[in-house]
Design a protein around this ligand. Structure first.
Ligand SMILES: [Zn+2]
Length: 380
């Protein structure tokens, strides 16, 4: 057992000062005033540091020069995890975009085996597509966008433990299929969709509980008569959403507005690609057959369509505070507590409270990462 004594601690809801975090093995034993620590306990001082639960990224295609779609393997996941630690992320959903059935099978198998060894590092797979709307496909390969068939419906439901999230378009899927997938335990998320307000609301009623990269690749509010898919998310009292805070995907005023309406149901996601945390000079990569160029921090194909981001979670937190005007607590919660709740894993990760895994990030005054801890051990 040992105690971390930082400058301040964010427990998931509140910022504390003069507070120590006591760690026993892999878990957090509890928080207590520094003055009340046992004289005998080993102390690890972190002067000037702010401690927060490790960040959780619900949508990560790749980072550090690798893409999960390109090499669906445990080695890719291990490399993504190692890269993530540099920016405070201790859990992520590897995200496979629109792919053939065989790649989806392989991704499920790879994630299943990886999770068995590192259960909270990768809480599950995020399948983004292929059951989406061609009209809002973004960079997803058109040839692979297809309807959900009964064989794949059975496959998905049979592997619900390993599939944390499935992004689909409600208007091109049967309500009964959405309900089955949701009841099997997969979080169904609306995305790459041309749904009207009414179609989105019908999807929510069928079991959709989340929205993928809010605003991007979904029907906006066109005018007073057409609330669109974005308006449906705002009108729902239960649907959460991921949002990309890189300054390229969404205007910061829209992020602020989304936060005002969704509160703790809004999660920071990176939707990052190989470009995030990549070595200096890394300027292009292959994303499902499309060449994506990294230009001034943006990832775009030859037509200028955004193809993921180069964002890290720590950078996203800084952007939320500096540019979107959120409070430090709100920004940190969007990267830790909120995504843990979206996954139903708040008893294990995402909060810096007794009983949770000792997965945490230490930040300096400028919110730069000083250190990252996984399972009670400093990794960075
Ligand atoms: Zn997408």
């Amino acid at each position: 057992m040992f105690a971390l004594t930082p400058d301040s601690v964010f427990d998931g809801q509140t910022l504390h000062r003069n507070t120590a975090v006591v760690i026993a093995g892999e878990r957090i034993h509890g928080l207590m005033p520094v003055a009340e620590l046992d004289a005998g306990i080993k102390q690890h001082p972190l002067p000037g540091a702010l401690l927060c639960a490790g960040f959780i990224d619900l949508q990560l295609n790749g980072c550090g020069g690798v893409m999960f779609n390109h090499d669906i393997s445990a080695a890719t996941l291990a490399h993504m995890h190692a890269t993530n630690l540099q920016s405070g992320t201790t859990s992520f959903l590897p995200t496979l975009i629109t792919s053939p059935d065989q790649d989806m099978h392989r991704a499920v198998q790879v994630v299943s085996e990886y999770r068995a060894r590192h259960p909270y590092q990768v809480p599950g797979l995020h399948l983004e597509g292929p059951y989406t709307n061609m009209a809002r496909r973004g960079i997803h390969p058109a040839a692979q966008i297809r309807p959900l068939n009964d064989t794949m419906l059975e496959f998905l439901c049979g592997h619900a433990n390993d599939i944390a999230m499935l992004t689909l378009a409600p208007e091109v899927n049967r309500d009964s299929a959405i309900t089955r997938i949701s009841k099997a335990g997969i979080r169904v998320s609306m995305g790459h969709t041309a749904a009207s307000y009414e179609e989105a609301m019908a999807g929510f009623a069928a079991g959709i509980g989340f929205a993928t990269h809010l605003y991007n690749a979904m029907t906006p509010t066109a005018n007073g008569r057409l609330p669109g898919a974005v308006g449906a998310v705002y009108d729902s009292l239960t649907v959460g959403a991921g949002i990309i805070a890189d300054g390229h995907h969404v205007h910061y005023a829209n992020i602020r507005l989304a936060h005002r309406l969704l509160g703790t149901r809004l999660c920071l996601v990176t939707d990052a690609t190989a470009a995030a945390g990549a070595p200096e000079g890394f300027d292009q990569f292959n994303f499902c057959g499309a060449t994506v160029y990294v230009r001034n921090g943006q990832c775009v194909d030859e037509n200028g369509t955004l193809g993921g981001s180069a964002l890290t979670m720590a950078e996203g937190v800084r952007n939320l505070v500096k540019h979107a005007g959120l409070s430090l607590e709100q920004a940190l919660a969007m990267a830790s507590c909120n995504p843990a709740c979206a996954l139903g894993l708040e008893q294990h990760i995402g909060l810096l409270q007794a009983g949770r895994l000792a997965n945490l990030v230490a930040l300096d005054q400028n919110l730069q990462v000083i250190a990252t801890m996984v399972n009670g051990r400093f990794s960075v």
